[in-house]
Design a protein around this ligand. Structure first.
Ligand code: GLN
Length: 193
């Protein structure tokens, strides 16, 4: 089993380190041909506009869509979640073009300037053994989730920050920076199945 980590921009190395820690093979992906060998894909945090532009330039959009259509698990963290979303709204409420795979509407930079970055404990549905340290960095939130989407975690104010729709997993925060490998284990289990 091999998990690909989209390595165009952003926090991809941290994902590789985390999978390494739990004994799961992960490889950096920069070329379409490298996607042929993976069983699942992580789209990391970073800058969603830059990442989508690079995906286009490197001809990665189609092969990523195909991978998802084949029901291979795809996990978007932070900017990666924005890329996965069917609808994404910029801070000025204009729409942004995305991969459009997951039936969620996300809002970019959903938390005001004062709370640009913060860490908070999250209750994540499928995870046992207590709360998860959520590291939020200029994070998006899920404003709307479609019927087929299972909400996995919310902030106390009700913002949805983790969700799953079949083979698609989305988290607003950065689990690869939290030191807690439980979500990486959870995703690895999705890929194994
Ligand atoms: N603010 C970034 C964006 O809108 C996401 C930030 C992140 O991935 N930490 O793309």
């Amino acid at each position: 089993m091999l998990i690909g980590i989209l390595a165009l921009q952003g926090a991809f190395i941290e994902h590789i380190v985390m999978f390494d820690r739990i004994g799961v093979k992960a490889a950096e992906i920069r070329l379409p041909s490298q996607l042929e060998h993976v069983n699942g894909l992580v789209i990391p945090g970073g800058e969603s506009t830059t990442m989508l532009k690079l995906m286009r330039n490197f001809a990665l959009i189609e092969p990523i869509m195909k991978l998802a259509e084949k029901q291979a698990p795809v996990w978007g963290t932070c900017a990666g979640m924005i890329c996965l979303a069917r609808h994404a709204l910029n801070p000025d409420s204009t729409a942004m073009e995305t991969l459009g795979l997951m039936d969620i509407t996300v809002k970019r930079n959903a938390f005001g300037r004062q709370v640009d970055s913060f860490e908070t404990k999250l209750q994540i549905k499928p995870l046992q053994d207590g709360p998860f340290p959520g590291v939020f960095i200029r994070a998006p939130c899920i404003e709307k989730a479609g019927r087929g989407v299972n909400v996995l975690a919310k902030l106390p104010d009700g913002e949805i920050v983790a969700a799953r729709q079949g083979n698609l997993l989305a988290t607003s925060f950065h689990p690869e920076l939290s030191g807690d490998p439980r979500l990486h284990r959870y995703f690895a289990a999705m890929v194994k199945r």
